[in-house]
Design a binder for this molecule. Structure first.
Ligand SMILES: NC(=O)c1ccc[n+]([C@@H]2O[C@H](COP(=O)([O-])OP(=O)(O)OC[C@H]3O[C@@H](n4cnc5c(N)ncnc54)[C@H](O)[C@@H]3O)[C@@H](O)[C@H]2O)c1
Length: 276
């Protein structure tokens, strides 16, 4: 178990840092992480709602601001890094929030002696694979947009900081984590909020992860990803998208040349370019 040497409470961590805490998944994890840390430092560039709970510290921080990120990580035992731009945007926006921002997180971990990071990567790191091809953590990456490229860089940072500084990371290549799937593609990629909470728990608590890459998906019927190289995490999803199948299949079918119908990254493979 990765725990703070200074932690004397009955929870594995004294203080966890959660970036992107005002976002969709951040709000889910604020709740789910309570069981694992005495204090959660919740941070975002956007206002936090609801406001700080009893065991939370709210810190507003732009991930692009290196000095602010270094201060943000002070006295933290582990980091769950969700913050950043979560869809395709102009490269300059992605550069600041995701590329510089994730570099700042790892520099802060190095300087503060933090040994565990859970990084919200994305399935868009391998979005240019066809839907009929199985992909695993060792498959060559095929990022499908600037956003996917930034997540691929985040995974490279994780590998580098492990080999050079012994900072361990679990990179979560999250599929589609929403209350319910929204279309037929998400029948394959859906990750329920309950399974997300379980996955982040395993990513924080599992020993000796080095840099482990895991696809974040529920126990869906038709999946494109194989988590064989992340078996040691003990991630055992309980939900399935199957109960939404009839409803999703009533939606109009995408045209044959629509990437949603044949590429794993779906619409992200054609989004943009923004900023021209
Ligand atoms: N929800 C999904 O299905 C999904 C799928 C794949 C990957 N992910 C990744 O998981 C993470 C969380 O996803 P989400 O759905 O909650 O996204 P979200 O957009 O709702 O939340 C991201 C948060 O990051 C914050 N942020 C953006 N730029 C920032 C900056 N410069 N400094 C500080 N904070 C900044 C935003 O204000 C936002 O609250 C993201 O990194 C996303 O790329 C999510």
């Amino acid at each position: 178990m990765t725990a703070s040497a200074s932690n004397t409470g009955d929870k594995p961590f004294n203080r966890l840092l959660l970036t992107g805490a005002a976002g969709g998944l951040g709000q889910v994890l604020r709740e789910a992480l309570q069981a694992h840390a005495s204090i959660i430092r919740v941070s975002d560039i956007s206002p936090m709602a609801p406001a700080a709970g009893e065991h939370e510290e709210v810190v507003t921080c732009d991930l692009a601001d290196k000095a602010a990120v270094l201060a943000l990580a002070k006295d933290v035992d582990a980091i769950v890094h969700l913050g950043g731009i979560s869809t395709e945007r102009a490269f300059e926006e992605i550069l600041e929030a995701n590329i510089r921002g994730t570099f700042h997180i790892y520099e802060a971990a190095r300087k503060e002696g933090i040994k565990r990071v859970v990084f919200a990567s994305s399935n868009h790191v391998t979005g240019f694979y066809p839907q009929n091809e199985e992909v695993d953590a060792h498959s060559p990456r095929r990022p499908d947009c600037y956003y996917g490229l930034s997540k691929s860089y985040g995974e490279d940072l994780a590998t580098f900081y492990f080999h050079r500084y012994g900072i361990e990371t679990v990179s979560l290549r999250i599929g589609s984590s929403f209350p319910e799937p929204r279309n037929v593609r998400m029948l394959s990629t859906w990750l329920s909020f309950a399974d997300l909470g379980h996955l982040v728990e395993r990513a924080l608590l599992c020993k000796d992860v080095g840099h482990t890459v895991v696809y974040g998906m529920s126990a869906n019927r038709d999946v494109w990803w194989n988590n064989r190289y992340a078996a040691h995490l003990g991630f055992n999803p309980q939900d399935s998208s199957e109960r939404f199948r009839a409803q999703m299949e009533q939606q109009p079918k995408p045209a044959a040349d629509d990437p949603s119908a044949h590429l794993q990254g779906g619409a992200f493979t054609q989004a943009g370019p923004f900023g021209d």
